[in-house]
Design a protein. Structure first.
Length: 275
């Protein structure tokens, strides 16, 4: 029975580790939002401010390493370290709730911004128990494949239902979907917009005409982020990136030395970013 319970727990633990690692990477790379996302989240607030981003990145890398150790390398030590991770996390959350009751756990990045409560502590305790079952039963990928059954699936569904019930992030996500702020009010880090610009067809079309690939000016107007680059012959190349959507619209204007547009922004063709 322990092996079946562990087989049901392993994919849930793996999924949560991957989700937590990815969310932390995005949060650590989010340079928007005033004081920064890491200043509002979990264990990051317990270290000096200059180390907060590095601490969150280290947590993400550690979670990815545990997934690789358990699945790719099938290492028993990785399973034991996963137990240690969740056990330490439980203690850290308890300490965080006592010392900083105003901040979230940061378990899944910025979405885990609600103050640490009993549900978060209970969830971490359940995860510690699930990781312990996997470590004691010494279940790996081969056992997971061989042990697929309706009983194991029932264990996995039970774990998932319990964890969802203990996750305050569910209410946060639902609330954000129901009351999503308009585009012009949502935070949008300049670095994200610049990255989308550099992967677009508009960038590839005009990059040869730039004296530098780094903008010397940037500003935001409503749902658009503008970047100004020095162009050849003293011209300026202005890109406008729409801040909503997976394939945002990119508009371009080239302004000559006399200040008159060579390729007016209003007349340029909207180019969707293509990868």
């Amino acid at each position: 029975m322990l092996v079946t319970a562990a087989v049901g727990a392993l994919p849930i633990l793996t999924l949560l580790l991957i989700m937590g690692g990815v969310a932390k990477l995005f949060t650590a790379g989010d340079d928007g939002g005033g004081q920064g996302a890491t200043s509002r989240l979990g264990p990051a607030v317990l270290v000096p401010e200059r180390f907060r981003k590095a601490a969150m990145l280290a947590c993400a890398v550690g979670e990815f390493a545990l997934v690789a150790g358990q699945l790719a390398a099938d290492l028993a030590v990785a399973r034991l370290l996963t137990v240690a991770l969740f056990a330490i996390s439980t203690y850290v959350l308890w300490d965080l709730r006592r010392r900083r009751p105003d901040v979230g756990c940061g378990c899944f990045g910025e979405v885990s911004s609600a103050p640490v409560g009993l549900r978060s502590l209970a969830r971490s305790t359940v995860l510690t128990g699930m990781a312990t079952a996997v470590a004691v039963a010494d279940v790996g990928v081969a056992d997971l494949v061989a042990g697929v059954s309706w009983t194991a699936a029932a264990w996995a569904a039970g774990y998932l239902a319990l964890l969802l019930a203990l996750s305050p992030e569910v209410e946060e996500i639902v609330s954000r979907l129901r009351h999503r702020a308009p585009c012009e009010e949502r935070p949008a880090p300049p670095g994200r917009a610049l990255s989308r610009l550099r992967s677009s067809a508009a960038w590839r079309t005009h990059v040869a005409a730039l004296e530098s690939v780094e903008p010397y000016d940037s500003w935001r107007e409503l749902c658009w982020r503008f970047f100004v680059f020095p162009g050849q012959g003293g011209a300026e190349v202005v890109f406008a990136v729409y801040l909503s959507g997976r394939r945002p619209t990119i508009r371009v204007a080239v302004v000559g030395q006399d200040g008159n547009p060579v390729e007016p922004l209003a007349e340029s063709i909207a180019v969707s970013a293509t990868r």
